[in-house]
Design a protein around this ligand. Structure first.
Ligand SMILES: Nc1ncnc2c1ncn2[C@@H]1O[C@H](COP(=O)(O)OP(=O)(O)O)[C@@H](O)[C@H]1O
Ligand SMILES: [Mg+2]
Length: 381
């Protein structure tokens, strides 16, 4: 069974659109496909598929992890495509308990018996559990849009994935683990955590862990999809992500292709049909078919982590908070150095952030006003 996790770091770049339509394309090509909405808490994959709001889904299973998983797998109108809805009732992938995540991974892997391709539509963010779902395969897809924030998020996601892999592969108590921990604690003020710089030092300290990591990372080949481009030159951004990944993460990413922004998608959504069924000839559908073909032609994606390691990774809940490299902002530096971000891009980002801040401030003031009015009316807080 080929596992294809689809991630982005940030929402709104087209993960669900790509997941649903790849599912349709693979099924049309004769594959037995299961499509899973893992964006728990913000599930909307059913909308892209044109399904009614589901009554049962992963949330149903997670509330009783001993229950029969097959009852939450729904059939779709597309022959060969089955669908596991998420559940808006539960708070989000990030909040799953270790036991829930473990049970879910086990059930997903067990689908192997009658499934050729398992597509995982991942939630936004770089939380540990999302990284672990991404690492279930060596060939996860990372979706980005040409906008600077989307590119940043894609890079940050990949950077966190590599560090997550290190933390998972290095056993606690080994010299490699201690080194990694020390690097992290020393913080970004001293030096950036560049993989090509760290690896020789790790090799020196701990040959066994180093070899183990090299074995895993050699099987990690994330694939990029650049969505929502308006202009051919928007596609150049992909090269910049690639260069940053090679230079700072020692990570070879593959480019699966670009997808244009297409206004027909809105019509497809309101017609309750995936775009591949609504307008197979559209530029959007053609882009997706091209990507589907590339994936089908490529080799079987192997598991990067074996089951024992996945188990282990889920148990290490304690590491969760520590892995948050995202806060460190190192990545801005990486992207500046590699030329992926120009100072002009930074100015644009700051401007848009300032817009967000002023919007939030207004909302905040509005809410404060409402609270004070409520208190004045004798509202019992
Ligand atoms: N190439 C595209 N052309 C037009 N609309 C798109 C395209 N890709 C995504 N969209 C729209 O953008 C919005 C976000 O896409 P979605 O797949 O829900 O993103 P995500 O799952 O990453 O949050 C949706 O309304 C979707 O229909
Ligand atoms: Mg989505």
């Amino acid at each position: 069974m080929r596992i294809i996790p689809i991630a982005s770091g940030k929402g709104g770049v087209g993960k669900s659109l790509l997941s649903a339509n790849l599912g349709v394309a693979f099924a049309q090509a004769g594959q037995r496909v299961v499509l899973v909405d893992l964006d728990l808490g913000a599930s909307n994959l059913h909308l892209v598929l044109g399904h009614q709001a589901p009554k049962t889904g992963i949330g149903t299973f997670l509330n009783d992890i001993k229950s029969d998983f097959s009852t939450v797998i729904a059939d779709t109108d597309v022959r060969g495509l089955r669908f596991v809805p998420g559940d808006t009732e539960i708070p989000g992938t990030a909040n799953l308990k270790a036991s829930q995540r473990k049970a879910l991974v086990k059930r997903l892997l067990a689908l192997e018996a009658d499934t050729d391709i398992l597509i995982l539509d991942l939630g936004a963010g770089t939380h540990q559990s999302i990284l672990d779902f991404f690492l279930l395969s060596g060939q996860g897809i990372i979706v980005s849009a040409p906008a600077v924030t989307a590119v940043l998020n894609a890079y940050v996601f990949l950077k966190n994935t590599v560090f997550r892999l290190m933390y998972t592969v290095f056993a606690k108590g080994t010299a490699a683990y201690d080194y990694l921990d020390k690097m992290r604690k020393d913080g970004s003020g001293h030096q950036h955590l560049y993989i090509p710089k760290m690896l020789p030092e790790i090799k020196n300290l701990d040959k066994v862990s180093h070899e183990k990591f090299m074995d895993h990372i050699s099987r990690l080949h994330p694939r990029l999809v650049m969505n929502m481009i308006d202009d051919p030159k928007d596609a150049d951004v992909a090269m910049k992500i690639r260069r940053s990944c090679e230079e700072y993460l020692d990570l070879k990413i593959e480019h699966l292709g670009v997808i244009y922004r297409d206004t027909l998608q809105d019509k497809a959504l309101s017609s309750r049909l995936p775009i591949l069924l609504y307008k197979p000839q559209s530029i959007l559908s053609q882009g997706i078919y091209r990507i589907a073909d590339k994936i089908l032609e490529s080799d079987e994606g192997k598991l990067v982590l074996d089951m024992a390691e996945i188990e282990n990774s889920f148990q290490e809940a304690g590491v969760e908070a520590e892995i948050d490299f995202e806060n460190k902002m190192d990545y801005v530096e990486d992207l500046l150095h590699s030329g992926a971000l120009t100072p002009g891009d930074m100015v644009e980002t700051v401007k848009s952030q300032q817009f967000e801040i002023s919007k939030l401030r207004k909302e905040n003031n509005f809410l404060k006003l409402k609270i004070s009015q409520a208190i004045a009316r004798g509202f019992d807080a």
